[in-house]
Design a protein around this ligand. Structure first.
Ligand code: PLP
Length: 432
């Protein structure tokens, strides 16, 4: 890295912060004025209508969070595969579930809420999502598995056709986590419509936001009705509070729904702005030993939620990550994610490491991890730098390799072209 003093941004440039437009507050005001300040009202109905229409599914149920939708999806999938559990038992109790490995932990935790055992499937290099080859391998090892949960990382669609073919061949259920990919398409079809039970999120940093919230999406009327019932404490149709099933308080508030309702009209605009950011980085970083996060340009159109980059292996300076700390040695002509993130932070901007793969997380250290070669845990006992390294020092799985060499760049819609140019200059300086 060349030590230069770059001018700091006066106002912080965020990774991805909410971008409001004015309509949101009108719908919130409407909820207030009409006193629909609860989990019932016109905003909720409208969010459900628009979400289902946009994604192209028959039913949407508005919930308090994407995580709530994933939880009820895992419950539905478990019941479909294994039957209704006894009260106090999870619907996936003791059953393995194949999961995307390199993702936010909200993809995976709901499996555990229902007593399931996540089995992590390694990542492929073309889209940074679940590797269909590793998934097929996992079914060879655990042919009894009936549920697969697949995320679309950073708004880039996974290899949906290949994954779906494998899932169907094994008569399993696909749960789609489209929390990051609302508006992204695969072969012209929206993500969030491929699985049997699907999730989008309106968390504060997603492509559109309600400050919080999410939707459960499905083509099954029965599933939508179940989620609606469970999410409002599972009341039976009686004059008193009658309960036959376990309930949850997972419904979206009509106030939050007002924000989401106002944002929906700006989804395409946000995607266009995110795409422009991605392309500006791509041009600006050209010539450096780095690549942008890849996607299948022939078959998919991402929503470009976060722009990421990965450093070529030869251009990595030494970087060692422990469980909490990180060390690196600067070298001329080389860099590493830590150095670039520090440089970005030094000018008052926010980047982020790639999601640390679930198989590298201490909480999931005992869970199986499957690569193209098979058991990713058995390959080596050298658990160095948070990833399994072979005798030649190269990572043996794709996920830990991307985690080591990749990072998320500031991708905020409100970042100006000038600000982004300065960001690019700072990144370039890291390689000098
Ligand atoms: C944000 C996110 C979620 C969770 O959504 P919340 O609305 O924050 O609960 C789940 N999965 C992925 C991949 C996410 O990025």
């Amino acid at each position: 890295m060349l030590i230069k003093n770059f001018e700091k941004f006066e106002k912080k440039v965020w990774l991805a912060s909410p971008s409001m437009h004015g309509e949101e507050i009108k719908y919130v005001q409407e909820a207030y004025d009409t006193n629909w300040m609860s989990t019932v009202g016109a905003n909720i109905n409208e969010v459900e209508r628009v979400a289902a229409e946009k994604v192209g599914v028959k039913y949407a149920v508005a919930l308090s969070a994407g995580t709530a939708s994933l939880h009820l999806s895992m419950k539905l999938a478990g019941i479909e595969a294994y039957g209704m559990p006894m009260v106090g038992h999870g619907a996936l109790e003791g059953h393995r579930v194949f999961c995307t490995d390199m993702t936010f932990d909200a993809t995976v935790n709901p499996v555990v809420y229902e007593g399931g055992i996540p089995v992590f499937i390694d990542t492929e290099g073309d889209t940074w999502n679940m590797d269909p080859v590793a998934l097929e391998k996992a079914f060879e090892i655990y042919p009894e598995v009936k549920v697969v949960v697949c995320a679309h990382l950073y708004g880039t669609p996974a290899k949906v056709d290949e994954i779906n073919k494998i899932v169907k061949a094994h008569e399993a259920i696909l749960v789609e986590d489209a929390a990051e990919s609302l508006g992204a398409t695969y072969k012209g079809v929206q993500t969030g419509s491929f699985g049997e039970f699907n999730t989008i999120s309106f968390n504060g940093n997603k492509i559109i936001t309600g400050s919080a919230g999410g939707c459960f999406l499905t083509n099954s009327k029965e599933a939508a009705e179940k989620v609606r019932k469970w999410s409002t404490q599972a009341r039976e149709a009686a004059a008193w509070y009658q309960h036959e099933e376990l309930g949850y308080n997972y419904r979206m508030s009509n106030v939050i729904a007002g924000v989401v309702r106002g944002q929906f009209g700006y989804l395409e605009e946000h995607i266009a702005q995110k795409k422009a950011i991605y392309e500006r980085y791509k041009v600006g970083l050209a010539g450096l030993p780095v690549q942008m996060n890849p996607f299948d340009a022939e078959n998919s159109e991402p929503n470009y939620w976060l722009s990421c980059m990965i450093i070529d292996k030869e251009a990595m300076c030494p970087q060692v990550r422990g469980e909490q700390e990180v060390l690196y040695t600067p070298e001329h002509g080389k860099s590493c994610p830590t150095e670039i993130l520090e440089a970005i932070a030094s000018i008052n901007a926010e980047g982020r490491p790639i999601w640390k793969p679930m198989h590298m997380q201490p909480i999931y250290r005992l869970n199986p991890f499957i690569t193209r070669e098979g058991n990713g845990r058995a390959v080596t006992n050298a658990y160095i730098a948070g990833g399994a390294l072979g005798t030649d020092g190269k990572p043996l799985d794709m996920g830990s390799d991307i985690f080591n060499r990749g990072l998320c760049l500031p991708s905020d819609i409100k970042m100006t072209a000038d600000e982004q140019d300065r960001m690019i200059e700072v990144i370039r300086a890291c390689f000098e």
